[in-house]
Design a binder for this molecule. Structure first.
Ligand SMILES: [Zn+2]
Length: 467
């Protein structure tokens, strides 16, 4: 016990505090009242179906909501109506400019020396092949790094096939390295003269549904069609390649770009009773990919954050000291479009963004709490973790990034919290047609809300500064 000591609090409950901060006289404590209310909220959340009901509503009444599409606009209207019906004090939207992309069709097959259909999906923002598709030999490249090293003479006129397989981790740490092939592979392949690119899906499953996801092109290089193969289809191509003969495939990807359209970040607030201008930012994204109904990505995050803020307004005697601001970001999947425009619009108001967190890692339970706060406020996060301990949550030493959307504000100085979810199975379903409501465990959703009410209530009520 060199770093920590147990203090016996007035309530008779033992709390773990950092010895270094506990000994400082100028530390602003978390009051017993605040702890008791947070514990009450946590226990009520474990018995509430509110988040599941919100998620059921979104996935049933709206469903797929691709960034920039009429379905995303419909989701924003759904969200405004839902937040108003729940009685949020303020409900409003902020415009977001998005370049609209449309998926029309995609198909692929091996044509020589064997013939077999392949299960593919166009990657988001993929260019189209010429009408009727293209037929060419594939060149097998194991990873994005290998593509960077490849000789253009081996690539020119061929279809690049990147076969890297994503590794499974609780934290989702396998995603970052593997996803380079999806995000940057097309630009590099195009630069080296490839006719198209197909990648092994960035996913940990073995089902035959391919995973879509965003692709980025480079200025100045004509974009090529980019698609993902399901994992079993990528295995199939590898087995064919092992036989040593050239493999030719036919790929037909039809997509369309429509130019800029206006979408909306949807914002709901529970107004603070003492410092209404100071906000606790609770983020998730409202858009989804178009193949499933966006239940785990990121309907779950929408449901968790909305239910948590709503529960705090319903079950506390008075509004918390600060404002709870729930932001449902637009067009995250197309490149954090709503979040970047939110950060730009609010950059002069970062000081009033007291702290923020995001729920965008599915519906698995929260297992750890990480933070990026001042040393003088670490004890507050320790208190949150203590109160989450009955939920199976531990304190994590890593520095919080704030999540993809909320992280845009953390980058410009807002303190952040990560409520880290168990993502062991997340990438089995992520960005596939199988991202549907039946995959969500209602009990895990309740556990998430229970962790979120502890975080949001304490952050809004504790009078000190996280900076
Ligand atoms: Zn997401």
């Amino acid at each position: 016990m060199t770093k920590h000591m147990f203090l016996k609090a007035a309530t008779g409950v033992a709390f773990l505090l950092s010895a270094s901060t506990a000994l400082k006289a100028d530390v602003v404590p978390v009051s017993d009242d605040t702890r008791e209310t947070a514990a009450m909220l946590r226990d009520k959340a474990l018995k509430s179906d509110a988040a599941y009901e919100i998620l059921e509503s979104l996935t049933t009444e709206v469903g797929p909501r691709l960034g920039g599409s009429e379905k995303e606009a419909e989701a924003a209207r759904w969200a405004v109506a839902k937040l108003k019906a729940l009685g949020f004090d303020k409900v409003y939207t902020e415009p977001v400019t998005v370049s609209k992309w449309e998926r029309i069709s995609e198909s692929a097959s091996v044509v020589a020396p064997y013939t077999q259909p392949l299960s593919i999906t166009a990657l988001g923002k993929s260019a189209a092949t010429p009408e009727g598709g293209i037929t060419a030999e594939i060149v097998h490249i194991p990873t994005y790094e290998a593509l960077l090293e490849a000789d253009p003479a081996d690539i020119e006129g061929k279809i690049v096939f990147i076969s890297n397989r994503m590794e499974r981790f609780k934290t989702g740490a396998g995603y970052g390295p593997a996803v380079q092939a999806r995000g940057k592979g097309a630009a590099e392949a195009a630069r080296k003269g490839a006719k198209a690119i197909i990648i092994r899906s960035i996913g940990t499953d073995s089902h035959r549904l391919p995973h879509t996801g965003g692709v980025n092109y480079e200025e100045g290089t004509p974009p090529i069609a980019a698609a993902a193969l399901s994992n079993p289809d990528a295995d199939l191509l590898e087995r064919m390649l092992d036989r040593g003969k050239p493999i030719s495939i036919h790929v037909d990807v039809q997509t369309k770009f429509h130019g800029d359209v206006t979408m909306h970040n949807v914002i709901g607030e529970i107004t603070g009773r003492e410092k209404p201008e100071e906000v606790i930012l609770m983020g998730s994204h409202l858009d989804s990919w178009d193949l499933g109904t966006g239940a785990i990505d990121d309907g779950a995050g929408v449901a968790i954050t909305v239910a948590a803020a709503d529960m705090i307004q319903d079950l506390t005697k008075e509004r918390p000291r600060r404002t709870l601001r729930v932001v449902l970001f637009a067009s995250e999947e197309l490149g954090l479009i709503g979040a970047k425009q939110y950060a730009e619009a609010h950059k002069d108001d970062v000081a009033n963004h007291v702290i923020g967190a995001e729920s965008d890692f599915g519906a698995g339970p929260v297992w750890a709490l990480a933070s990026k706060v001042s040393t003088g406020s670490v004890h507050v996060v320790d208190t949150m973790a203590q109160l989450m301990q009955p939920l199976g949550v531990v304190r994590h030493g890593r520095e919080a990034g704030g999540g993809p959307d909320v992280g845009q504000m953390v980058k410009i100085g807002m303190p952040g919290i990560d409520l880290m979810q168990d993502g062991t199975d997340y990438f089995d379903l992520h960005h596939t047609a199988d991202d549907t409501l039946d995959k969500v465990d209602p009990e895990a959703l309740k556990q998430n809300v229970a962790a979120w009410v502890v975080f949001a209530y304490i952050a809004a009520e504790w009078p000190g500064d996280f900076r």
